[in-house]
Design a protein around this ligand. Structure first.
Ligand SMILES: Cc1ncc(COP(=O)(O)O)c(C=O)c1O
Length: 373
């Protein structure tokens, strides 16, 4: 089988070992005579798969007992509505950080449920390069800017399209809003490094980047957030209902949960999230150093805010984009095209991407540039 390196932003590359194990178990899971896809979600085999996945996820993220883990559906975009449906009971507004495509989308959806107070916003930068304007930094939230009556403060921990990442969660006490719950969309950096789960009321995201196949949504939620739903919150989206029904109020995405469980075990075998974080740091460093050292490639994100998971870069000559992509493809470097809203390239280097894949990309980038010098 051809070795390819898949830089897709999601659905993304999965660890080879996980896919191999899934292939081995495809027709007969642990002597059951069934594929996981064919099992009742209420049967003992699947219950074991689900429980182990929940336990391993908790272990990896060091989720404190104050917080519950829910598996849902509807993706992170679904959560843009599900969070307000669950938290906006009796509140008029929530606060938001706006610094990229996904946080902008979250704010737009929220407008159906209340007043969105944007407390920090990154201005798109258009510089002398002539390249398209981009979001390039994590904006500072001014202390005192979050209204005491806000239902929550929402931020997107890693803007997947723009390649901008919070290194740390906003410090709500320092911002004078210790009582305001903190909500994070961590779709594209969950499990990439240790996170301060306790600082958050909710951390949610889609699984299809760093966890497993599409179709599964994770929600890590502090217990007191389970009972704040509006009366019109649909039962299937009620955090309380989902929790009370052990993430099975409706039929869960069983196969996605099974693969997620295998990924969690794989991560543990790699040394867990702290070990992964070190590898991720080195992978990103190599790629950013290559970009910064080149005359052809450019990444305009503020260095301290650069994403360790999604590395967008432009070619100074737009006309070379198509050739770059086609030659990359010939070298088995796949899905490098940037999001249509920003153009250029984007290399997503989630946990499953080994250093070897990044080295192959860097090697190609250097050759491509040299041949055009
Ligand atoms: C940060 C972020 N939020 C939200 C989404 C949308 O997620 P979904 O398609 O799972 O709803 C994505 C990516 O797809 C994302 O990267």
């Amino acid at each position: 089988m051809t070795q390819v390196w898949n830089f897709s932003a999601g659905p993304a590359m999965l660890p080879r070992e996980v896919l191999q194990q899934a292939a081995t178990e495809m027709l007969d899971w642990h002597g059951s005579g069934m594929s996981v896809m064919e099992m009742s979600h209420r049967g003992p085999q699947f219950m074991q798969i689900l429980q182990e996945a929940l336990d391993d996820f908790r272990d990896l993220m060091q989720v404190p007992q104050t917080h519950k883990i829910l598996f849902m559906q509807g993706g992170a975009i679904g959560q843009n509505a599900i969070v307000p449906l669950n938290l906006m009971n009796g509140f008029e507004s929530a606060a938001f950080v706006k610094n990229g495509s996904w946080s902008s989308k979250t704010i737009k959806e929220f407008a159906r449920y209340g007043r969105a107070d944007v407390v920090a916003e990154a201005r798109e930068i258009k510089d002398a390069s002539g390249l398209r304007p981009v979001n390039t930094y994590v904006p500072t939230i001014a202390p005192g800017s979050i209204a005491a009556g806000s239902a929550y403060l929402h931020y997107c921990g890693n803007e997947t399209i723009d390649g901008v990442e919070f290194r740390q969660a906003p410090d709500m006490a320092a911002l004078g809003a210790a009582q305001v719950p903190l909500v994070c969309d961590a779709s594209s950096n969950i499990l990439s490094r240790p996170m301060d789960v306790a600082a958050h009321a909710i951390i949610y995201g889609g699984a299809q980047k760093n966890i497993g196949p599409a179709g599964l949504t994770f929600v890590i939620i502090r217990e007191d957030m389970l009972d704040r739903a509006r009366s019109d919150c649909p039962s299937a989206f009620s955090y309380r209902q989902v929790y009370d029904n052990h993430s099975m109020y409706n039929t869960p995405p069983t196969y996605s949960i099974y693969i997620a469980g295998l990924v969690f075990k794989w991560l543990k075998a790699q040394g867990g999230v702290a070990a992964m974080a070190e590898v991720n740091r080195r992978k990103a460093q190599l790629l950013y150093d290559t970009i910064d050292g080149s005359g052809l490639y450019v990444n305009r994100v503020r260095p301290s805010d650069r994403s360790l998971m999604n590395v967008p870069f432009m070619l100074r000559e737009d006309a070379l984009n198509a050739e770059f992509l086609s030659l990359a493809q010939e070298r088995n470097l796949l899905q490098l095209k940037g999001h249509k809203s920003v153009g250029g390239m984007r290399a997503s280097i989630y946990n499953a991407m080994p250093m070897e894949g990044v080295e192959a990309l860097v090697d190609f980038m250097l050759t491509f540039e040299k041949e055009r010098a």
